[in-house]
Design a protein around this ligand. Sequence first.
Ligand SMILES: [Zn+2]
Ligand SMILES: [Zn+2]
Length: 430
Amino acid sequence: MKISKLNKNTVLKGGIILDPINNIEKKGDLYIKDGKINSLFKIDPPKEANVIDCKGLIITHGFMDMHVHFREPGREDKETLNSGSMAALKGGFTRVCVMPNTQPPLDSPESMRYIIDRSEECPIHIHPIGSISKGQEGKELTEMGEMIAEGAVAFSDDGLPVENSRIMRRALEYSNMFGVPIINHAEDLCLKDDGVMHEGVVSTQLGLKSSPGITESNMIHRDLELADLTQSRLHVPHVSSSRSVEHINVMKNKNNNITAEVSPHHLFFTDEDLTGFDTNLKVAPPIRSNSDRKALIKGVKDGTINCIATDHAPHTSEEKEKTFDLAPFGMIGLESCFGVVNKVLVKENKIKLNKLIQLLTCNPRKNLGFDYDLFKIGTQAEITVLDPNVKWTFTKHDIFSKSKNSPFVGKEMNGKIIFTIVKGYLSEIK
Ligand SMILES: [Zn+2]
Ligand SMILES: [Zn+2]
């Protein structure tokens, strides 16, 4: 990847400008002056401008991932904010939100400030998600107001669920006073027990311990009820089962404060892919049956699920080389995201490219109350340029994360990121 300072006058020439807000997908040029959007379509740049040929390429908003794990502080051997930023840029992401299950957890105003300060040195925008409970122990709520003042954009104990319903209710009420969503990792730990995969025919064949889909949907149902009771903002992460989609769909029609995300791996793989015992496919919640996968795709189509998030979760190869029972949960996902979701949703399931781009750009920004009209004149340029039609094979060389735990290595992708512009830098992806 080549990162260089953006020329004072930069023209993206002859591409297809895809504006996900206004549903525009039209051939044209974009002129960036002093790092800001100056004009689109009819542009009048000076002669000395740096012109980048975008023929055949889509010019759109920078992607945002509202769910990644960058392991800083504490496990910098797996990922840092800097290495995670490179993985993000490779995937077309100009903005991410980092989960707080670091060592120690991000559960104080000072820890929020730490991420904000560190992110200033990084080539993308990074926002911290604060812990719901102190030490992520599920007992005592964190100082949410002060954490928001230092930069927290949401709250989650991700990695772990909030098991206590009373604590979950208080968390929803408290964070809602500030208009900030709660993101609960929904897994009933009693039902999950020591399950390492989805319960079904395949788990029986493989002889692996498993947990059923209701391990997730039970808790999502509770969270939806609590969000409705308290009229609070709930964001449901990494939805994996068909019943969860049903529950969210019902409650979404009553309460427009509910939003939900799906991860590329739950859209791409099924439990049958686990027959090779690849520990990179061990994730929480687990990869489920093909009917669950189809329900997720339908949930995207009808708007029940409104954004894509990778749940990028780096682990060392030593940890992932353990047996399936012992390896940690999680896979990386930033670098492979677009090639996967474009293939599954647009090419195979006929979802419009414009809609997919919404799931990667304006929708996650809306979910967190961020500015999302990135083509507005005068906005700091935050742009992703991609080729939606190129087929390619994902290899280890495409991984910029410090960790290599991707089950997508060797898989065929469809669609590729060509370059991004963010924070005054041009990053050319190789
Ligand atoms: Zn989670
Ligand atoms: Zn996560």
